[in-house]
Design a protein around this ligand. Structure first.
Ligand SMILES: *[C@@H]1O[C@H](CO)[C@@H](O)[C@H](O)[C@H]1NC(C)=O
Ligand SMILES: *[C@@H]1O[C@H](CO)[C@@H](O)[C@H](O)[C@H]1NC(C)=O
Ligand SMILES: *[C@@H]1O[C@H](CO)[C@@H](O)[C@H](O)[C@H]1NC(C)=O
Ligand SMILES: *[C@@H]1O[C@H](CO)[C@@H](O)[C@H](O)[C@H]1NC(C)=O
Length: 410
């Protein structure tokens, strides 16, 4: 090798060492397709909205400018192809697109993207939702512990169900409503870090929440019926759980079916209050990111603000509720920002002293399978062994790797 070649080689080696992208999973080869080693952004908080209004709720605010730095991320939806970040990269935002498929693909793409290092990032899901009037009123801000997926069930049309059934939804692998599902796909239920959730609630409670006269008048239509007393009250910060379903339901009976599924799948621990279309999809993307060494599932916060009710007010019907009941939308959108910005600021302000190292959970965190280790405190137990393990704890429950054979009844 000639001296000049040697120098060139040494320069190349040094240059590579200085700019090399270090994969947390050990892969350290060239990064395919994305140009020449883009600088990786390591945000302290990644805000996740699902559509334009939820995204724009954070734009043109006095606290920080998310539109200072746009990053086109391969794999994001064609409607929302760019992630947004503050100039210093401390706070970023992605708009995932609506529904489970959009959300799962978008969040997985951001996590896998070589533009980001999300190993220490707090994920803040910040979207609107339907709310159970037994738990809270429109305009309220909720933070979940459990994320359930009630649309992952068998479904019969209500007109073709046996006369002694209360719903057309039957847990998978079961033969009637209310039986514990005997076939588990893995996305039925997630539990997030309650210590982090409670810190987020503490921050959110320092916000002055928005309300409007229209929203108040709408809530008042729930006031006459005692079980809906909470729904008639003004905006509050509430700890309660979210049900994810692609199907956007309205009405007391379907909402009650979602509520019952939440009770069933969380072994009675969950408090069903909001309906959304993405949260389990996001959770699965973050969980798989954790398994790949790219994210920390215990840094996931799920905030939903109540824009409408999941069921009708007394004296109206589910169609009226779905098609006209949106007086809560304005304060719900406003409160994504009012409550959410306190959470973001709380994390960024207390980064060194508290959040950089992570908030060690004192509850089980993860999915129903126990994928991240530990023993789920709901469901039939971890499939990965240990005391009370899935297979031993519930012999009739199996993890389906293939599509189950259809069962016929009657
Ligand atoms: C980022 O994108 C938004 C539109 O989504 C645009 O308004 C803004 O000017 C862009 N920022 C920069 C720095 O180009
Ligand atoms: C409905 O009736 C059938 C037939 O009598 C019975 O086997 C089943 O347990 C009942 N289901 C419910 C949910 O009550
Ligand atoms: C939900 O569960 C309760 C208690 O078991 C039951 O009374 C109710 O009918 C169920 N609702 C639906 C819609 O299945
Ligand atoms: C609530 O938000 C709406 C819409 O952004 C705004 O018009 C209204 O002034 C706000 N009300 C309060 C009390 O902040």
């Amino acid at each position: 090798m000639m001296l000049s070649q040697l120098l060139a080689f040494a320069t190349l080696v040094l240059f590579s060492a200085a700019t090399a992208w270090k994969s947390p999973t050990g892969y350290n080869g060239p990064q395919p397709g994305y140009g020449h080693g883009p600088q990786r952004v390591a945000p302290k908080v990644l805000i996740i909205g699902l559509y334009s209004d939820e995204g724009e709720a954070w734009h043109h605010i006095p606290e920080f400018d998310l539109l200072a730095h746009n990053i086109t991320v391969p794999g994001l939806s064609s409607i929302f192809p760019q992630a947004h970040c503050t100039a210093d990269g401390q706070i970023c935002q992605v708009v995932g697109g609506e529904g489970e498929i959009n959300a799962a693909n978008s969040i997985a793409s951001v996590i896998q993207s070589h533009y980001f290092d999300l190993r220490k990032t707090y994920f803040l899901v910040a979207g609107v939702a339907g709310v159970n009037p037994e738990v809270a009123g429109v305009g309220s801000v909720t933070f979940a512990r459990f994320l359930t997926q009630p649309d992952l069930e068998y479904e019969f049309d209500a007109r073709e169900i046996p006369s002694n059934w209360t719903t057309g939804y039957v847990p998978q692998g079961s033969t009637q409503p209310g039986e514990y599902p005997s076939e588990i796909y893995g996305t039925e239920c997630y539990e997030v870090n309650t210590k982090l959730r409670d810190l987020a609630i503490g921050f959110a409670k320092t916000a002055k929440l928005n309300d409007t006269a229209d929203a108040a008048a709408f809530r008042a239509t729930y006031a006459g019926y005692a079980p809906y007393a909470a729904g008639a009250q003004g905006p509050k910060v509430v700890a309660c759980d979210v049900a994810t379903a692609d199907t956007y339901v309205s009405g007391r009976l379907l909402s009650e079916a979602w509520q019952n599924y939440t009770t069933l799948i969380t072994n009675g621990k969950g408090l069903y209050c909001t309906t959304a279309q993405e949260d389990n999809a996001i959770a699965e993307a973050v969980l798989r990111g954790n398994l790949a060494g790219l994210t920390d599932f215990s840094r996931l916060i799920v905030m939903r603000t109540a824009s409408d009710f999941d069921r009708q007010a007394p004296g109206t019907n589910p169609q009226v509720n779905l098609f006209t009941g949106y007086a809560g939308y304005e304060p719900a959108l406003a409160n994504i920002y009012h409550a959410g910005v306190k959470v973001v600021e709380g994390i960024v302000t207390h980064w060194e002293s508290k959040f950089a190292a992570g908030i060690k959970p004192d509850n089980y965190v993860g999915d129903i399978l126990g994928s991240l280790g530990g023993q789920p405190d709901y469901g039939p137990g971890s499939i990965f062994g240990g005391k009370g393990a899935f297979i031993d704890g519930a012999k009739s429950t199996t993890v389906r790797k293939v599509r189950p054979r259809r069962r016929y009844i009657g």
